[in-house]
Design a protein around this ligand. Sequence first.
Ligand code: OGA
Ligand code: NI
Length: 363
Amino acid sequence: MDASGAQEYDRMQDLKDFDKTEAGVKGLVDSGLQKIPKIFVRPAEELAEDLKHKRAQIEVPVIDLGGLEKADRRKQIVEEVRTASETWGFFQVVNYGISLNVLDEMLDGIQKFNEQGDEEKKKYYTRDNRRRVRFNSNYDLFASRTASWRDTLNISFSDTDQNDSEELPALCRKSTVEYSKHVVELGNILFGLLSEALGLKPEHLGNMDCSKGHRLTCHYYPACPEPELTLGTAKHSDPGFLTILLQNQINGLQIFFQNQWIDVQPIRGALVINIGDLLQLVSNGKFRSNKHRVVANRLGPRISVACFFSGPIIMDKVFYGPIEELISEENPAIYKEVLLSDYVMKFIAAGLDDNFLVNYFKV
Ligand code: OGA
Ligand code: NI
């Protein structure tokens, strides 16, 4: 009881009860609820703060990767990548050589996984980060201020071990293995362009193992009966080097840019690329890891697949710091070196909405 005599709200108990269902937000929606549970409701001051920001109708740059093999065209593309990475930290790409069919199958597999019976999904429900395939709702459920309106299937791909596809859920196995192959190729192309955009040799970031190992984080955002009270994903920046995001046609992704929230309109066949904190760090602040979030929507489901390139996180003793070639007397290092495994542990322990890790590593 609090001073007013009202029953104090036991948030921790509610979180535990929700987690124990192992049915995620989809499970709540299926039960037919019309009001969202309190654990998902953002604090009043946060909702009020949000209303202060204007909504602008500017669009994230769209970069056409067609003709990359021609030297002239490549130069132009590198320039576009440089400008977008220095300002927005975000861009969309088109004509990058992955067929629509591969993208559609990937999204379809994730929809099927989430919309099958609970019993099958529960086999994958876990908060154990050592498991290669993990399904849960809100990886930071017990650390964040407010729970978010989404469920997530995570699949890690190691660069050194055999990735046994039998471990993947049957309904999205084939499509995920196929998409993973293509997205890694695109990742390598992008690391080449980003290296050149930093004035380095095309293989520089690749040689630093930025593209070693990746994780597919597949989000399912069910339709929400009270979207103005919650979020699909809280405001955050991505911790790794680079993210490639595939989204279906349901809006939700917003970028915080020039003090306003900008909607990233889904473009069929396009992928959203964004710079992560580690790339901001190794580029000594030249490239920007920008904050973004996903708003909840009365329409659904929104489905997205984020491919995170976060370096060889399973290895011990891997350090990252500002690239030497980018540092000079006029441009001293603004970040310290970080031990990758330590950095990743810090990220996992904090709630998504508290993270902006490069700030901890300022000189
Ligand atoms: C993320 C993310 C955006 C989305 O997973 O880091 O920002 O649209 N996802 O799901
Ligand atoms: Ni993100």
